[in-house]
Design a binder for this molecule. Structure first.
Ligand SMILES: [Zn+2]
Length: 81
């Protein structure tokens, strides 16, 4: 687990990385070289996106169309944001 630029990356029980930003959960959309593109887990309805590479974090879109994922984050990784 590490935290940088206001985001935190954790690993699910299955070893899949998930990114937490402002109480929202993101999953990997795609890896492009060193860069990871993350999409909101509600991406069907939500356009929020984050890119990370090394220690750089760029928020591509922070506008969520729904409530934060506090409950899901708690259920999945036992963290309260
Ligand atoms: Zn969202």
């Amino acid at each position: 687990m590490f935290s940088t630029g206001g985001v935190r990356i954790v690993y699910s029980n299955k070893g899949k990385p998930q990114l937490i930003h402002n109480g929202y959960l993101f999953i990997v959309d795609k890896n492009i070289g060193e860069k990871v593109h993350w999409r909101c887990i509600d991406s069907r309805n939500c356009r929020a996106r984050i890119h990370t590479s090394d220690n750089m974090v760029s928020i591509r879109c922070s506008e969520h169309t729904h409530e934060p994922h506090a409950k899901k984050i708690w259920e999945r990784i036992g963290l309260i944001e």
